[in-house]
Write a protein that binds this ligand. Structure first.
Ligand code: AMP
Ligand code: MN
Ligand code: MN
Ligand code: MN
Length: 281
């Protein structure tokens, strides 16, 4: 059982890398990719924990990237985590996230919500800072009822505390991943605010830019989505990946390993050259 997309508290997940690995084993996941947002910080601890749990760890990352005016996410799998150019890229992404966090806090301050940067930093507890940390701060402060409301009212695309931000384009991000010997996967294509036609154009551009695979399965999806994406992957010559996008235990639709098999006809990303074979038990 492959789950090739998950988060720890080194970015916006709730579980430590150790707790994540233990949960993966309990969920019957034999091969797990840890793919924290723009950081490799959890991978060393995850590697040790994976060995203890008998789980195969795929070292990964989820890069923030840009397509047109919108943000998209590109997962890198099976990376050489010591590759200097990758480390430099990750350092730049961290700097960008810090600058964006400052800008988000300034927006919130203008909206009458002070000290949001300190608050979000405290929630992140040293992890890579992101909008979910601001969302949890807003919930803690009683400004909104839950995280969904925080995105809907303040942090989501086009909302008052949403900062327009230029992430690196897909070609650049795919080069970072390939440079470190990894495979590039376009994450959760159905989750962007795009029409199906625009989504197909995005996937086409991703393939043109050198991308390797499409995330055909992202956790629990509405019926028909995986089949639709599998067909598009085949048409564009992309392999297929699957992952839960796990962030926290209370979200069964993103539970580790909680999804069906890849539709027939597509090429699983783990059959591509460069993907490590799972350890035999
Ligand atoms: P960032 O990477 O800082 O731009 O934040 C994006 C992250 O926010 C995603 O990876 C999700 O984990 C989370 N997220 C996005 N939209 C929502 C939402 N409506 N409710 C809760 N979390 C969300
Ligand atoms: Mn996230
Ligand atoms: Mn994502
Ligand atoms: Mn993710």
């Amino acid at each position: 059982m492959y789950d090739l997309h998950s988060h720890s508290d080194c970015s916006d997940g709730i579980l430590s890398p150790e707790a994540l690995m233990s949960r993966a084993r309990a969920q019957g996941v034999s091969t797990l990719a840890l793919t924290d947002h723009d950081t490799l910080d959890g991978l060393e601890r995850a590697h040790r924990a994976a060995q203890a749990e008998g789980v195969t760890l795929i070292p990964g990352i989820e890069f923030s990237s840009q397509w047109g005016r919108g943000g998209v996410h590109i997962v890198g799998l099976s990376l050489d985590t010591a590759h200097p150019a990758l480390l430099a890229a990750v350092a730049r992404q961290r700097q960008a996230r810090e600058e964006r966090a400052l800008a988000i806090a300034e927006r919130l301050e203008k909206l009458g919500i002070p000290h949001a940067l300190e608050g979000a930093r405290q929630v992140a507890a040293g992890g890579q800072i992101g909008r979910p940390h601001f969302a949890r701060f807003l919930v803690e402060q009683g400004v909104v009822r839950d995280m969904g409301a925080a995105f809907k009212k303040f942090l989501g695309a086009g909302k008052p505390a949403d900062v327009k931000f230029a992430w690196p384009d897909m070609t650049t991000v795919i080069e970072w991943i390939h440079g470190a010997g990894g495979l590039a996967v376009l994450a959760h294509p159905k989750k962007y605010p795009l029409t199906r036609t625009k989504m197909c154009a995005l996937i086409h551009d991703f393939a043109e830019a050198g991308g390797d695979a499409l995330e055909v399965i992202s956790g629990q999806q509405p019926a028909g989505q995986a089949d639709d994406l599998a067909r598009i992957a085949q048409q564009t010559g992309l392999a297929a990946s699957c992952g839960s996008d796990f962030h926290r235990p209370e979200a069964p639709w993103q539970e580790l390993g909680n999804f069906g098999p890849l539709p027939g006809g597509c090429t699983p990303v783990w059959e591509l050259a460069g993907f490590p074979a799972p350890r035999s038990p």
